[in-house]
Design a protein around this ligand. Structure first.
Ligand code: HSE
Length: 403
């Protein structure tokens, strides 16, 4: 039998206990040994919970218990979660986590500590919830030179954009409804401003490169400026608007990683990813494109990924599972020097100004609309686009990158 401790009995933590108990037979068979949740660490008590008798309030009890071999960190944050993870790994206990903030900030350091103490730090649930993407990058795709990764990595924003697209609703009203239904956090900033997706693409990019991509250095733009008018033009152009987390390697050895809302063709497989679903499109030099799709958040999908890591730890007791992610920082490309086309929405009288600023582009008009006009620029350097865009002043109403 292997004893497991769960740190944090919130949504994901309680899901981890539920998955281990509900799928007991399956989980134990796949682990090759019985898994037993011995402790649940939380500040609160849960007297009515079936596992309430396992709740403890002192982490040292878990740390000092030689029988606990695997710890699930489902607390979140980078304070106590970081300290507890370090201490557990230093004591030779493997840690499985869903905490993307901690993985993005301290991943390579914690991996090194795990390696030094002959245990594992696994984080499948930190990106894409229940979608297997960390494991494919670490094992099934290791023969590939990964050229790029593009993902819809945030369920909240994808839900909001999908509703704006299908119902013609504006951002504020959809966000309010999403909060009422519990799909969006009361403080939605990390999601709608793109920070959550940024941490996730930083993790995936680091695994792609084997070096550290610092999430705090990535260009990140959220969806708060996307309007229902933008979707009218996107539809006319047979496109959708998605919050994309993107990572692409260049010949000079640099990598462009960023998060921004993008207009994408309806033919793009990511255009079909709707609602709270996530997807990750990985382009390898031999395989070409492969896509990973599923529930990117939620109690049981996320918990399922944590428990899969627990099973892996149980199978690899005393062995370190290889993960290529060094502390050395990756060379990041400057987004302003990279090239792409943009969609610009402007006041109707501005066509001549748009054509003068971005010659060789294409006007997009929508029947019945007199107040504004759409324009697709040619592919150009981002810094050149923004220099000209700023000069158009009040004439322009918004811009979205094309991907
Ligand atoms: N807030 C995140 C999302 C949860 O909406 O995708 C999963 O990381």
């Amino acid at each position: 039998m292997i004893n497991v401790a769960v740190l944090g009995y919130g949504t994901v933590g309680s899901g981890v206990v539920e998955v281990i108990e509900h799928n007991k037979e399956q989980v134990n068979k796949k682990a090759g040994i019985e898994l037993h949740v011995k402790y649940i660490l939380d500040l609160r008590d849960f007297p009515d919970d079936p596992y309430g008798d396992r709740v403890v309030h002192d982490f040292n009890l878990i740390l000092q218990d030689q029988d606990v071999k695997i710890v699930c960190e489902t607390m979140g944050g980078v304070g106590a979660a970081y300290q507890f993870t370090r201490q557990a790994l230093e004591a030779g206990k493997s840690v499985c986590t869903s905490n993307k903030e901690l993985v993005a900030k301290h991943g390579p350091e914690l991996l090194e500590i795990a390696k030094a103490h002959n245990c594992n730090y696994l984080f499948e649930a930190s990106v894409g919830g229940g979608i297997p993407i960390i494991r494919p990058l670490n094992s099934a795709l290791t023969a590939e030179k990964i050229e790029g990764i593009t993902g819809i990595l945030n369920g909240t924003t994808n839900y909001i954009l999908t509703k704006m697209e299908t119902e013609g609703a504006d951002f504020d009203s959809v966000l309010k409804r999403a909060q009422e239904k519990g799909y969006a956090e009361r403080n939605p900033e990390a999601d709608v401003e793109g920070h959550d997706a940024c941490r996730k693409i930083a993790i995936l990019s680091s695994l792609m490169l084997g070096k550290t991509v610092d999430s705090e250095k990535l260009y990140t733009e959220g969806i708060t400026k996307i309007t229902s008018d933008d979707f009218v033009y996107a539809k006319a152009a047979n496109c959708s608007v998605k919050l994309l987390a993107m990572s692409r390697n260049f010949e000079d050895g640099s990598t462009l990683a960023m998060v921004a809302p993008c207009m994408i063709s309806k033919e793009n497989p990511l255009a079909m990813v709707n609602g709270v679903f996530n997807a990750v499109l990985v382009t390898g030099n031999m395989l070409g494109d492969s896509m990973y799709y599923g529930k990117g958040a939620g109690k049981l999908p996320t918990a399922s990924a944590v428990v899969a890591d627990v099973i892996d730890c149980a199978r690899h007791q005393g062995k370190v599972i290889t993960c290529f992610w060094d502390q050395e920082e990756a060379k990041l490309a400057d987004v302003s020097e990279t090239e792409r086309a943009f969609f610009v929405r402007a006041k109707a009288h501005s066509v001549k100004d748009l054509e003068a600023a971005f010659p060789g582009g294409r006007v997009l008009t929508v029947e019945g609309r007199t107040q504004d006009v759409g324009y697709f620029t040619p592919v150009m350097k981002e810094k050149d686009f923004f220099a000209k865009y700023e000069k158009l002043g009040d004439s322009v109403l918004g811009r979205i990158r094309l991907a």
